[in-house]
Each structure stands twice: as structure tokens, then as C-alpha cells.
Design a protein around this ligand. Structure first.
Ligand SMILES: C[S@@+](CC[C@H](N)C(=O)[O-])C[C@H]1O[C@@H](n2cnc3c(N)ncnc32)[C@H](O)[C@@H]1O
Length: 276
């Protein structure tokens, strides 16, 4: 008999938590096959449990990394939830652009970027609605735990299915060209962005400070101490007057009493004030 879920799942849960801070609940055992099945067969194992069984015995570092990446939910889309992007268009960028019109620099960080749709959405929004920033010093960086997601983000090639998730047709025409059945983002946007791997729980955060940080739909996977730790270190990377955006179901309430929510445009944002 091969390895069973009863022995494999606790190992996987432990591994994923230690490496990423992501908490897998006991009732998420079904994710083993759903997430690891394809990788298992690709590597010649009959099932996800067999693959985990091999990882338990071999302590193969790169395999462990791949297991963690597979268990991290990379779900994303263009202009996800719409309201935060309306907020950027109507409030965040007009305010930042007027305040920074002398030094003409903006630093923006998508801190769990997945395959890049979030940062590219911001880059398109800036280019389309704020052409006056075209000759500014724009730092647009995207980071994620997953090497696979980051390499896809760098490549900037998306399937028709991915394109159908939230991208307005006018932006498709403006910023993409067809590549067979897929779509490649324009070189101009790709060159404006920089993607790299970064673990929010274990790595040093990127140098410098940011005017806008998107930390969206990642805190939900962490336990309370990890959410607190990540929120506090991310808050420390904001410039005075800088903005933080979380996912629509995420909040700082009960986690960081000094990071106060502000409601606007059907969404919530957090702005760092001078003394914080
Ligand atoms: C659901 S996606 C969110 C993508 C995008 N921010 C959005 O809202 O559409 C969550 C991302 O968080 C990343 N992630 C999970 N744990 C992480 C960690 N410890 N450090 C960095 N990224 C992490 C996952 O790899 C995944 O790509």
C-alpha cells in the first residue's frame, strides 16, 4: 500500500506553513490531489500522496519548493474587484501625482503579484489615464513566493481564458498583441515593470520606500501572528502619505490598531500619516 493522506497531509501542512506562512486547514485534504495530481504525474508518481511520500523520504529541496508553490493559491485577474482600481484612478493617483509633481517619481509594489495581472493593470491604468507620468521615474515592482508565477509575469503572455477575466476590450486592443492562441503584453509595459521572487514571511523586503503597496488576497492565507508581522513590515515600507490596498475581504482591524481604514469608491484604503 502507498502512502496515505493521514500521513502525507500533516507533512505537507507543516512544510507549507514553515516555508510560506500559509495555513492549510484539516478539511483541505482534498487539495492534495487537486493541486499536486498534475505535478505528481509529470514527475512519474501515480498520485499526490506518492509524490509527498517521496518528498518525505528524499528531503529534496527543489521538490519541497515546488510542493509549496503548488499549494499557494495563485488566483488572480485583471482589475480584480474593480473598485480599488476606480479608487486609484479617482483618488490615489491624482493625489500622488499632484503631490509628487516636483520630484516626478512614483514607487508602486504589488507584494503578492501572482502571474502579474495586478501590476500590469496598474501599469495600464497609469499609462492610459495619466499620460503625464510617461516620462516620470516610475518604479513598478511585482513580487511573489512562486517562481513559476514570477516567470510567467515576466514573460507577460496570457491565455484567452485569462484575458477574459476582467480586461476591458479597449485595453486589450491598446496593450496586447496576439501570439497564436495567446496574448503578449506590449514591450513598453513589460519594460516598465520588474518582477522577482520574494517571500513576505521569510525574506528581507525590497529596499526603498513605496507610494502605493498592493497586498491583496494573500493575508487571508496566514494565521493571525503572521498577518500581524507581514502588515507591520509592509507598513514600514510606505512613504509618508503612501497608500496600502488589501483584498476586498481583508482588513487591518484586530491586527494593527494604528493602521486605520478609510472607505471610498466602494472600497477601503489605508494611508500612512506623517507620524506613523
Ligand atoms: C490569491 S493570489 C493574489 C494575487 C493578486 N494579489 C490578486 O489579488 O489578484 C495570492 C498570491 O500570494 C502568494 N503568496 C502566498 N504566500 C506568500 C508569501 N509568504 N510570500 C509571498 N507571496 C506569497 C501566492 O504565491 C499567490 O500568488
Amino acid at each position: 500500500m502507498g502512502p496515505t493522506t493521514a500521513t502525507c497531509f500533516p507533512f505537507l501542512r507543516d512544510l507549507v506553513f514553515k516555508r510560506s506562512g500559509i495555513v492549510l486547514a484539516q478539511d483541505q485534504e482534498y487539495l492534495v490531489e487537486a493541486r499536486l495530481g498534475v505535478l505528481a504525474r509529470e514527475l512519474g508518481f501515480p498520485s499526490g500522496n506518492d509524490l509527498i511520500g517521496h518528498a518525505m523520504e528524499s528531503s529534496d529541496e527543489s521538490l519541497q519548493t515546488r510542493l509549496v508553490e503548488c499549494m499557494a493559491t495563485g488566483e488572480t485577474s485583471w482589475y480584480r474587484d474593480v473598485h480599488p482600481f476606480d479608487l486609484m484612478k479617482d483618488l490615489v493617483f491624482p493625489e500622488l501625482i499632484s503631490r509628487k509633481s516636483l520630484d516626478r517619481q512614483l514607487a508602486i509594489w504589488s507584494a503578492a503579484s501572482s502571474t502579474g495581472q495586478e501590476l500590469y493593470s496598474v501599469a495600464m491604468l497609469l499609462d492610459y489615464f495619466f499620460p503625464e507620468t510617461s516620462d516620470w521615474d516610475l518604479k513598478l515592482i511585482g513580487t511573489d513566493l512562486s517562481e513559476k508565477a514570477i516567470s510567467r509575469a515576466k514573460e507577460g503572455v496570457f491565455t484567452a481564458l485569462e484575458m477574459n477575466r476582467g480586461l476591458p476590450a479597449m485595453l486589450l486592443a491598446e496593450y496586447f498583441h496576439r501570439q497564436g492562441a495567446k496574448f503578449q503584453i506590449s514591450d513598453a509595459l513589460r519594460k516598465r515593470t520588474k518582477f522577482s521572487t520574494l517571500n513576505l514571511v521569510h525574506d528581507w523586503l525590497p529596499s526603498g520606500k513605496y507610494d502605493l503597496i498592493l497586498l491583496r488576497n494573500v493575508l487571508i492565507y496566514f494565521d493571525v501572528p503572521t498577518k500581524r508581522q507581514v502588515l507591520s513590515s509592509i507598513w514600514g515600507k510606505l512613504n509618508d502619505g503612501g497608500y496600502l490596498l488589501l483584498g476586498s475581504t481583508e482588513t487591518t482591524l484586530g491586527l494593527a490598531e494604528d493602521i486605520l481604514p478609510v472607505q471610498s469608491s466602494g472600497t477601503t484604503y489605508y494611508q500612512k500619516r506623517g507620524s506613523q
